[in-house]
Design a protein around this ligand. Structure first.
Ligand code: SAM
Length: 279
């Protein structure tokens, strides 16, 4: 897998998370919290364990793990200072949040019993190095727990909307950095185990989580999709009120073109959640 570690891409990613930090926990009715909760249940943190939460964001995973390992320590790391500020605003005596890249951990080998990566792997500049770093800092037999969005279960409405984004950017003379398309496959049940195995892990559990809903029209749809990733977010933000109204009119038409009104504005949020052991 090729790293996408251009400074421009990393800046774009961090800007996106800095921007959405205040609404991250409430996005899609608290979707990220539900995924975090599933990940932590599967990871089964135990009293006294030392845990590293990589790409911790607002600390959803770290704050669920903290009480379970207490007096064990949880360290959450991230590159977005706004996400980290929110994480730190919730007090917990055995959790610390630190600015650090997943690809360059400062910890010694065999420091942690458990490493968690909630919805973060596909966003890292270099996912391969991030997984190898997780392996290095785990003690032998330590666990890695990863959740990853399974994009192939997106609805026709989502596929249509996302296909339209690149032409939309071109029409508005916007050139935005993007990760390679192979990342869209990280959450496939046959792909994630391969990535983990290549980094020195043995799969112990793999489970899926499929949720969904329906937006109430084009305004709600575009609001929701603006939280779904850096590309839609930057584009929708950049459009301004007039072009935003035009986009919403186009979205209405695109949804009508699906034929079945039941398909219009329907979305799926699907995830693969895996636990693997350091070989
Ligand atoms: C979708 S959020 C996930 C947050 C949280 N783990 C959760 O389960 O809700 C992904 C996080 O990864 C962080 N991130 C992206 N690239 C990173 C990197 N190279 N090193 C550390 N964190 C990174 C982002 O800033 C963002 O907060």
């Amino acid at each position: 897998m090729n790293p996408d570690s251009s400074d421009e891409m990393v800046d774009h990613m961090v800007d996106f998370f800095d921007r959405i930090a205040p609404v991250y926990d409430t996005w899609a009715g608290g979707q990220h919290g539900r995924v975090a909760s599933r990940l932590v249940d599967l990871a089964a943190p135990a009293k006294n364990e030392q845990v590293l939460d990589v790409g911790t964001g607002t600390g959803l995973v770290a704050h669920l793990v903290g009480p379970r390992v207490n007096p064990g320590l949880v360290i959450g790391i991230d590159l977005s200072s706004n996400m980290l500020s929110i994480a730190r605003s919730r007090m917990a005596k055995n959790i610390q949040f630190v600015g650090m890249a997943a690809e360059n951990l400062v910890f010694r080998p065999a420091t942690f019993d458990l490493v968690t990566m909630g919805e973060a792997l596909a966003y890292f500049a270099d996912p391969t190095t991030a997984l190898e770093e997780a392996n290095r800092v785990l003690r032998p037999g330590g666990r890695l727990a990863v959740s990853c969005q399974r994009r192939s279960l997106s609805t026709r409405a989502q596929d249509l909307f996302f296909q339209g984004l690149v032409p939309l950017a071109r029409r508005h003379y916007l050139s935005l950095p993007r990760y390679s398309s192979e990342r869209a496959r990280f959450g496939e049940p046959e792909v994630l185990p391969q990535l983990l195995s290549a980094a020195g892990f043995e799969m112990t559990r793999l489970t899926e989580m499929v949720t969904g809903g329906r937006a109430n029209g084009a305004r709600e749809w575009t609001e929701l999709m603006a939280g779904a990733g850096p590309l839609p977010n930057t584009l929708i933000r950049a459009l301004g009120p007039r072009y935003r109204s035009e986009l919403e009119a186009e979205v209405e038409l695109a949804m009508a073109s699906l034929g079945d009104p039941d398909d219009a504005f329907r979305y799926h949020h699907s995830y693969v959640v895996a636990v693997a052991t350091k070989r």
